[in-house]
Design a binder for this molecule. Sequence first.
Ligand code: KG4
Ligand code: ZN
Length: 370
Amino acid sequence: MTAMTQDFKDLRILGIESSCDDTAAAIVSRQMGVAKINSSVVMGQGQLHAAFGGVVPEIAARAHAERIDLCVEQALSDAEVELTDVDAIAVTAGPGLIGGVVSGVMCAKGLSAATGLPLIGVNHLAGHALTPRLTDGLVYPYLMLLVSGGHCQFLIVDGPTAFTRIGGTIDDAPGEAFDKTARLLGLSQPGGPHVEEAAKDGDASRFTLPRPLLDRPGCDMSFSGLKTALLRARDSVVSEKDGLTPQDQADLSAAFQRAVAEILTRKSQRAIEVYLAKKPAVPGFAVAGGVAANQEIRQALMALCKSKGLTFTAPPLALCTDNAAMIAYAGLELFDTGHRDDLTLSARPRWPLDTASAPLFGSGKKGPKA
Ligand code: KG4
Ligand code: ZN
């Protein structure tokens, strides 16, 4: 994975990520202005949490603490470098499940104290938001839709620390809604891919589901009412037939997916208007997060961008979902700005990217929203 960046000095950054249910470490380097992922190790915890229907913070924290050193060792060995070959250590310092974030920050501080290497605390959301620069060399300012199990927001990205949040969910994240839908329909977790698969054989018009907040101005979104409407639609089928047929599952999945795609696309249209008012030289739209893997959503956003004259970027799935390469890359851009942290760096459960925007209420399945 390569991308042209500005002509800055050669660098090699170790990235560490542990804010949710993936323990990850990566090495990202830049040589002659080209950024490259040398290694990216992700140790998922899906199996540890499967029986609980969601991420259990205490189990996650313990698993991070047990695996993080192994993960760092693996990332160094995969990249065929030693810790002494690294220029700085970048670590997710929030937002996220605090026990996990503390594990990562403690590991990074230990490595920094032992080696004297600079320490850089990275906002996890900045990692997601800067990924299109690593993968596709997107130029600032671009519009970003971050859409996953824990996040959903529109950001105008002007620089590694310059984010303007122009809207987002006021309740659940779409990934949470996909997961809940899968549970309601008797499909496996994580729900998104299974709902998408089921929807392939479905008729999206058989059930009428709401599109909350579309009648209101602005770029804010809501998904909890959609979840409830799906529950009612399912219950009415179940009470009629005493169960769901595969066709019912398919039709409900298709109706749900169509509703999410429409909400995201219509609100993206508004976000694009706000963004274009900035008159960007090269207008660009990027999407990241697990839900960005959904083909119907991706195609709808791509078509919208085409019609509005914006480039459309969706990083490969492994870099859309949680990983440490994005943290290393964000650390690299922060390093360029002269940003350095010290051993007083603390873990932050909440850390909004745009500190000027109003705080959000509610907490996603995968931790507090920011
Ligand atoms: O970004 P991610 O891996 O983790 C965080 O939430 O940070 O996103 C996971 C979410 C899950 O809720 C999952 O159901 C959803 O992304 N997802 C999808 C698809 N693949 C994953 N949702 C819709 N369609 C998909 N194909
Ligand atoms: Zn994430």
